[in-house]
Write a protein that binds this ligand. Structure first.
Ligand SMILES: [Zn+2]
Length: 461
């Protein structure tokens, strides 16, 4: 059912900049045919057309989440990492618990939990950075993620991670954190690309090449080799960078330059590259990032939770930089929720720069069209004729929205308490009346409780 007419929305946000950010002149209905938006305006239903009444709803493009680690969805609030900074947290939580995800069923459940939470917050596209691969892994994690995304109807980008060398903090002996040789990685990614990568501007499946970090996880020559390999297959490139000051200190000591200069030297900047975090950047790095068209996945809740700092988002936007939004893993966020993420982004930068730093429409654009641009999916992220019908509607009778003077500000201002009504991906309703059709939440919670117990026992043994 990807054909319909969405009528009577109180406000329609487009994901476009400035005066085009909202459709405010008269009624704006949206017609969907074969998964795409084909008409907008005051529309009359055609004979036999399915009509979706969006009265008292705000309609917006689905969120595009450009950085996540879905396997962490069963690692929320692990006590050992709750008050730790990044390096200690990495050792105590994702690294220490990685062997518990050796079972396909546990991994699959984590993916399902994360994607379900995202969908229920209005998120329609997810980029999952998989840094949990190792030689002889007993199941095909890439296939599992695409399969779960298919079942739930999510547009999915798998960023296939790799570490050819193990950092000091990862030095707990365990086969699950063993390094993966570069030639094996190349064979696996080439195979993933053949099986899954779709180059369409609104692809449902994309594969991306994604070392865990450029400056620790691979050797410098390998970094350049990875860039050339990715570009030879026309795959995009992604990694973590400059989340804490450690990145800058380490890169200066070992390579004698800033992290951005280091990645530029190894062919890791350009419109086909984006990095998560980029909290700590010198002015020259910000300029290089903006001028080269390299993207940022800004992760404000994770940065706040780990006390990492405030990324220079406003500075980058002023220089024409490409900024998108990611939730990062639930182990450093306790959420996979784009409504709370956009709210945090809105508050964090106004706290630092003042109340004119970022508007609700700026944040909406960053988390929709901004994400689409960073991921190289120009067919999604905006409400315009010809675009994929990836849409989300939110209830203005949510308790959080009652009393709101400007309904169009609800998705950014109301945070997690705003109730999602309907979410469409390529015109298909994947959330209806605030629920995922066919998903038994009670059963999911029960399975997740059992899995968490199993994870705790595995790590203790
Ligand atoms: Zn991350």
């Amino acid at each position: 059912m990807s054909d319909c007419l969405i009528q009577n929305a109180t406000a329609v946000l487009t994901g476009l900049p400035e005066e085009r950010a909202r459709l405010s002149q008269g009624r704006c209905d949206v017609r969907v045919r074969q998964g795409k938006i084909t008409a907008m305006g005051a529309l009359v239903p055609e004979p036999g057309e399915v009509v979706h009444d969006a009265t008292d709803r705000v309609l917006a493009p689905g969120w595009v989440n450009t950085h996540h680690h879905l396997f962490q969805s069963l690692l929320k609030g692990v006590p050992a990492g709750l008050n730790a900074r990044l390096a200690e947290w990495l050792a105590a939580v994702p690294v220490r618990h990685r062997r518990a995800f050796d079972h396909e069923a546990v991994f699959r459940l984590a993916v399902r939990v994360g994607l379900s939470e995202l969908l229920l917050s209005g998120c329609t596209t997810v980029a999952d950075h998989q840094y949990h691969h190792y030689p002889d892994m007993p199941f095909d994690a890439t296939a599992v993620v695409f399969d779960e995304a298919d079942r739930l109807g999510v547009r999915m980008v798998v960023c296939r991670g790799v570490a050819t060398q193990v950092r000091q903090i990862d030095a707990t002996p365990s086969p699950q954190i063993a390094p993966e040789p570069l030639d094996l990685f190349f064979r696996k990614v080439a195979d993933d690309a053949t099986r899954f990568n779709d180059t369409a501007p609104d692809a449902m499946r994309r594969v991306v090449v994604a070392p865990t970090t450029p400056n620790w996880s691979v050797k410098p020559d390998e970094l350049r080799e990875i860039a050339r390999f990715a570009r030879s297959l026309q795959l995009r490139m992604h990694s973590h960078l400059s989340e804490t000051p450690d990145y800058g200190r380490h890169t200066a000591e070992v390579f004698g330059c800033t992290p951005l200069a280091f990645v530029e030297r190894h062919e890791w900047v350009g419109p086909d590259v984006w990095f998560a975090h980029l909290v700590w950047m010198e002015a020259t790095e910000q300029r290089l990032l903006a001028q080269s068209g390299t993207g940022m996945a800004h992760c404000p809740q994770c940065n706040a939770r780990l006390g990492s700092g405030t990324a220079p988002v406003v500075e980058l936007l002023r220089q024409g930089g490409k900024v998108s939004l990611g939730v990062d893993g639930a182990a450093s966020n306790e959420a996979a929720d784009m409504l709370s993420e956009v709210h945090m982004a809105y508050l964090m930068h106004r706290l630092r720069h003042g109340p004119d730093a970022l508007s609700t429409d700026d944040v909406m654009r960053m988390a929709t069209a901004g994400g689409a641009e960073v991921l190289g999916l120009p067919g999604i992220g905006t409400i315009e004729i010809g675009q994929a019908a990836d849409l989300a509607s939110y209830r203005l009778d949510s308790i959080a929205a009652i009393g709101l003077h400007d309904p169009g500000s609800a998705p950014v201002l109301c945070g997690r308490s705003l109730q999602t009504d309907t979410v469409w991906v390529a015109g298909k309703p994947v959330v209806q009346r605030g629920e995922i059709p066919g998903l038994d939440r009670t059963r999911l919670a029960a399975h997740a409780r059992e899995a968490v117990q199993q994870i705790v026992q595995t790590v203790a043994s």
